[in-house]
Design a protein around this ligand. Structure first.
Ligand SMILES: Nc1ncnc2c1ncn2[C@@H]1O[C@H](COP(=O)(O)OP(=O)(O)O)[C@@H](O)[C@H]1O
Ligand SMILES: Nc1ncnc2c1ncn2[C@H]1C[C@H](O)[C@@H](COP(=O)(O)O)O1
Length: 226
């Protein structure tokens, strides 16, 4: 029996992994996809044509970068739909607007007119009944110190040169954002409770929770339809 069958996870499930930069989304995405034999939808950092420029000059590039991310994630959403699900997605589309665009607007590194243009495009594309929301959003959380340690250890130059205040602001916003998030069911997992790098078996309790959550939310959805 496969792990997917053992934990009763439907093979058309779409699971998105959310959380601040460096918390461990990509690592979790790859581990879950391998355990469930699902496809991945990964955030491509190396081929992003705006990311380096953005970190060097937020004001000049924040609008361009948000439009790029929106286009990339929307194309991925289409790909997931075309395959009929069975995907783990590295970062949700909701974080682009709820965390990044809003933070840059509030801090003055995205102009009001750019923010309004971006938001109206995002809402028209995503906040509609036609947009297929994921079955589950797994929110990874941990201490600020642990997360900063992981950003340092990973060592992407553009992130090393970014002041600590930026990550601190983002960390605080994430807590507030997840407490108010209601676009799909949420499963919160603390990074202190598993260790995918040193203990392969630590994925199993996560799978058990996923199976339970998806079963519950599908039952709830089917009751709403009858
Ligand atoms: N369970 C873990 N224990 C220790 N380090 C981890 C763990 N999971 C991820 N990391 C490390 O933390 C860093 C950031 O992880 P990553 O998955 O790239 O985060 P994200 O995609 O959220 O930015 C990487 O260097 C990764 O190897
Ligand atoms: N929407 C975004 N706006 C600005 N920066 C973003 C956005 N989405 C991702 N990023 C940045 C943050 C990191 O430097 C890289 C990759 O994110 P990660 O959390 O490491 O997967 O892109």
């Amino acid at each position: 029996m496969s792990l997917r069958e053992r934990y009763n996870i439907p093979n058309d499930s779409v699971i998105t992994i959310a959380g601040t930069v460096g918390v461990g989304k990509s690592t979790m995405t790859n581990a879950l996809a391998e355990a469930l034999n699902f496809r991945t939808s990964l955030e491509k950092v190396d081929t992003n044509p705006y990311l380096d420029k953005f970190y060097a000059d937020f004001e000049r590039w924040s609008f361009h970068l948000q439009i790029y991310f929106l286009a990339e994630r929307f194309k991925e959403q289409k790909r997931i739909f075309e395959y009929g699900g069975g995907f783990i997605q590295d970062r949700s589309i909701y974080e682009d607007t709820g965390i990044f665009a809003k933070m840059h607007y509030d801090k003055g590194t995205m102009s009001e007119v750019d923010y309004e243009t971006y938001k109206s495009l995002f809402d028209a594309m995503v906040m509609t009944p036609y947009f297929p929301h994921p079955d589950l959003l797994i929110y990874l959380e941990g201490s600020f110190e642990d997360i900063i340690g992981r950003i340092k250890e990973r060592g992407r130059p553009m992130e090393q040169q970014t002041p600590l205040d930026y990550w601190d602001e983002m960390f605080k916003r994430y807590e507030n954002w997840i407490n108010n998030f209601n676009s799909c069911p949420i499963l919160r997992i603390n990074i202190a409770d598993y260790d995918l790098l040193n203990d392969e078996g630590s994925i199993e309790p996560v799978l058990e929770k996923i199976g339970h959550f998806i079963q519950q939310s599908r039952k709830w959805k089917s009751r709403q339809l009858t």
